[in-house]
Design a protein around this ligand. Sequence first.
Ligand SMILES: NC(=O)c1ccc[n+]([C@@H]2O[C@H](COP(=O)([O-])OP(=O)(O)OC[C@H]3O[C@@H](n4cnc5c(N)ncnc54)[C@H](O)[C@@H]3O)[C@@H](O)[C@H]2O)c1
Length: 302
Amino acid sequence: MTTIGFIGTGKIGQTIAFNVLMGGYTDEAILYDIIPDLPQKFEHELRHALASRRLRTEVMGTNSLEDVSSCDVIVITAGKPRKPGMDRRNLFVENAKIIAGLARELPKRNDAIYIMVSNPVDMMASIFMKLSGKYTISTGDQVETMRLRSYIAKVLKVPVNYVGGYVGGEHGDDAVVLWSTVSIKDEPVRDKVNKEEVEKYVKDIPGDIIKVMGGTTWGPGTIIEEIVRSIVLNENKVMSIAFPHYFEDEIVHISEPVVVGSKIGPSLESLLDEKDRWHLISATKDFYTFYKESLGKLQIVV
Ligand SMILES: NC(=O)c1ccc[n+]([C@@H]2O[C@H](COP(=O)([O-])OP(=O)(O)OC[C@H]3O[C@@H](n4cnc5c(N)ncnc54)[C@H](O)[C@@H]3O)[C@@H](O)[C@H]2O)c1
């Protein structure tokens, strides 16, 4: 029996929950938000969709955090989204307060897996794990990884399943394409693509979507569902998600290709070339510097 909890049922929370429930692999879902009646009405929407698909998943909308306590996997999307032109890191203070509150208030199960989605996602995962002591991952650069593959497939006019490769580091503007992993039909990509153009696309496209559509929903909503599925069904897929790394005196969440199943790991970092590994170390240091400074500003909360 698997129960999945969703903390936050706004735009991205709804999309992930819908995708997960339509996958038919969970027995129960608990939907939680602070907005009165929102999760309850979303519950009805999902019940109608489940009836149409003839799926027997139980679903409950609630405004009580206590109800999420028995879940096996908990997806956290609570928090503010960025506005057009805004950097994800600008959300740090506002969202850290929400995430710190959840880390303190959420009745915890020791063996649950917490999946952070709220931005800046990797730092929110680190804060949640630091304050709650519970194992937390972040959706990290799996979203960028799919943006990378889709763009290369489009420019080279090849089926997207021919394209391999991962993006790593911190989710957002500092993400790095791990070029030693990028391949077409298992052959290294070499100079078949304009690397600068690819990197620009991966970084710019979410902001461009936000300008027109108000937020990114369908891409991340589907990609994050795949992370949930890989954990629940123990599929052991290699994905570029961020998991806890111990650096200096902090836990930091940095993405690199790693096996994702009911347990996270092993990492495939040792298979990357020297340049890509150097980029990951540099991303870790940069993360740490910003994170430490920002934690300092949050002294009242943390
Ligand atoms: N990791 C990714 O790839 C990715 C992709 C898309 C969005 N996001 C991030 O996800 C977050 C949510 O985005 P959105 O578009 O769904 O925003 P949204 O405003 O539509 O939804 C956020 C929801 O969080 C709820 N909320 C706020 N505080 C809460 C609390 N303490 N407990 C429970 N719920 C609470 C709000 O009531 C709201 O319903 C943002 O930080 C956004 O940047 C991340």
